[in-house]
Design a protein around this ligand. Structure first.
Ligand SMILES: *[C@@H]1O[C@H](CO)[C@@H](O)[C@H](O)[C@H]1NC(C)=O
Ligand SMILES: *[C@@H]1O[C@H](CO)[C@@H](O)[C@H](O)[C@H]1NC(C)=O
Length: 355
């Protein structure tokens, strides 16, 4: 059981970071690596080597639907963020930044090798989406400046696992939108990428001592939720052409109570510039491919535009394992699917991961 042994030693290594001389946190790198977003042919071939594979080399489809273009823009926007994240994570490990040191050099080598491939694979996803936009006569999506709320390896992996869960849900929405638009070649391509992101997720989960496969049917999401979630990691005003992405940005939803695997009241906090909380509001939960469930939001306090409220998280009634997406909604539904939830959302997504 070499695999099991190496996982255990990895977990030990990550939690017993050595007390080597402290390195001052370096300047946050603003530039994306490897010539992104527009690598030269030689840079691209190095990326492909690091990714263990190539961009698809067949002809691109001649036409795309309008919904399909929005998909490609959101995918490029998200993948550029992932490139920035994995680049910074790998750099932190390579430069032995405090919080990113391993006691076992074998573990460090394996993690670095895995992250190098993930970074290059995400680079190819980003390049592919932007190439497709250019092919269809659209402006490619430009990267932003990013900031990540993590200071050590374990927290970084937990964050990677959280946003990968959102991506795995959102790409389901992208496939459906491509299907509605008749963009069948692109649907196949997204299915291929979903598998890649799922492989990454299995590894992120193992490093957190979770079993690798999360749910039989992964929680679904909506493009608008991913669009808002990614903006949580961008420096405001730093995204050159974000206004060309025709999606909604919701108010940020914070979950104050750490959720547990039991039914409990959770406290939520969000901004309410339009005083929507003077009317009734609800918290709607999306889990797996089930019909969303709705709970009344009880307002606790209002200070300026900041609102705090509580709502039941009905874990036990619905077995809300894996990712649950919470949203403060202006309607109590009933909602047939996640897209209808997004239409009525004021604040969200709140991300809850149990097990
Ligand atoms: C890299 O390390 C710096 C310094 O601790 C930290 O501020 C940053 O969030 C880290 N980034 C990632 C992706 O781990
Ligand atoms: C949640 O709060 C309500 C009152 O707002 C209370 O009646 C209910 O028992 C609480 N539920 C749990 C599981 O704590």
């Amino acid at each position: 059981m070499r695999l099991y042994a190496s996982i255990v030693s990895l977990l030990l290594a990550a939690s017993s970071i050595s007390a080597a001389p402290a390195k001052i946190a370096r300047e946050v790198e603003k530039e994306l690596p490897d010539g992104l977003p527009y690598p030269s042919p030689s840079e691209l071939s190095l990326i492909e080597q690091a990714a263990h594979g190539t961009l698809p080399n067949g002809p691109a489809p001649p036409v795309v639907s309008n919904k399909g273009i929005t998909n490609l823009k959101l995918i490029a926007f998200n993948e550029l963020f992932e490139v920035a994240f994995f680049h910074e994570l790998l750099t932190n490990i390579t430069e032995n930044v405090e919080g990113y040191r391993f006691t076992d050099s074998g573990d460090r080598d394996f993690v670095s090798r895995a992250l190098k491939a993930i970074l290059a694979q995400e680079e190819l996803h980003a390049i592919r989406a932007n190439n497709a936009l250019v092919h269809f006569g659209q402006t490619p999506i430009e990267p932003c400046e990013y900031t990540f709320p993590v200071q050590d390896f374990d927290t970084a992996i937990k964050l990677a696992s959280t946003f990968t869960d959102v991506v795995l849900g959102t790409l389901q929405d992208a496939v459906e939108r491509f299907a509605i638009g008749g963009d069948f070649d692109l649907s196949r391509e997204i299915a291929s990428v979903i598998g890649n992101e799922g492989e990454q997720q299995g590894w992120f989960r193992i490093m957190q001592a979770h079993i690798p496969s999360e749910l039989p049917f992964l929680t679904t999401s909506d493009l608008n939720f991913a669009f808002t979630a990614v903006q949580g990691f961008t420096v405001p005003g730093s995204c050159p052409n974000i206004d060309e992405i025709p999606l909604r940005t919701f108010e940020k939803l914070e979950i104050i109570t750490p959720p547990k695997a039991e039914s409990q009241n959770l406290t939520f906090s969000f901004n309410d510039p339009q005083d929507e909380s003077e009317h009734l509001l609800w918290v709607t939960y999306v889990n797996q491919l089930n019909v969303p469930t709705v709970q009344p939001l009880h307002i606790i306090s209002r200070e300026g535009t900041r609102v705090e409220g509580s709502a039941l998280f009905p874990y036990s009634d619905y077995e809300l394992n894996g990712l649950t997406i919470a949203a403060v909604t202006k309607s109590d539904g009933p909602f047939s699917d996640v897209n209808t939830v997004a239409k009525w959302t004021l604040a969200g997504p709140g991300l809850i991961i149990i097990d």
